[in-house]
Design a protein around this ligand. Structure first.
Ligand code: IMP
Ligand code: MG
Length: 177
């Protein structure tokens, strides 16, 4: 395995913060009253925490953990449920919060799963869209940024559990290449 490092900054902390604040208001405008946010662990936890702090009014939270990735940088194509929700969704307006939509396998699984549980509506907020790699079509209702087909880390996103704590998003590269 080459020595990969987050060398090139793709999205600065400032750019991310500005867009996240706008997204929070877009979501609140569509759901001024009832809003139940479901974040996909672990990658979305940084985005989630900034997003909800930019949101006026009431919001409730729950978490799901699913895995479509092995330890490397390519998808295994299979989605596993690692942690389920704590509460029911009957009649709730749900917004899924996800770090990145890549192949779309994780999100198409999540959307089908949450629709089947009786939510009044299920929308998707994703910080990043790696659209060139899509295998399953998913509708992103609130999008942060479209990005090229590169493996990125930071702002919650990891490579083998590293780099989640970076405040910016960087491309993972071999510095010698
Ligand atoms: P999908 O099911 O292929 O759309 O992948 C979704 C998950 O793969 C995301 O929630 C991330 O956890 C992970 N992932 C996809 N691309 C990247 C990346 O560039 N960096 C880090 N994680 C990624
Ligand atoms: Mg994820």
């Amino acid at each position: 395995m080459p020595d990969l490092k987050p060398t090139e900054i793709l999205l600065s902390a400032d750019r991310i913060q500005k867009r996240v604040a706008e997204m929070a208001l877009e979501i609140r405008r569509d759901f001024p009253d009832d809003l139940h946010v479901i974040a996909v662990l672990k990658g979305a936890f940084v985005f989630l925490s900034d997003l909800i702090r930019r949101m006026p009014g009431h919001v409730s939270l729950d978490f799901m953990a699913v895995s479509s990735y092995a330890k490397g940088t390519t998808s295994s194509g299979e989605v596993r449920l690692l942690k389920d929700l704590d509460t029911t969704l009957d009649g709730r307006n749900v917004v899924i919060v996800e770090d990145i939509v890549d192949t779309g396998l994780t999100l198409s699984y999540m959307l089908a799963n949450l629709h089947a549980r009786g939510a009044a509506s299920v929308k998707l907020a994703a910080l990043l869209d790696k659209y060139e790699r899509r295998q399953k079509e998913v509708q992103i209702d609130y999008l942060g940024f479209k990005i090229p087909d590169e493996f990125v880390v930071g702002y919650g996103l990891d490579f083998a559990e590293r780099y989640r704590n970076l405040p910016f998003i960087a491309v993972l590269k071999n510095p010698e290449a």
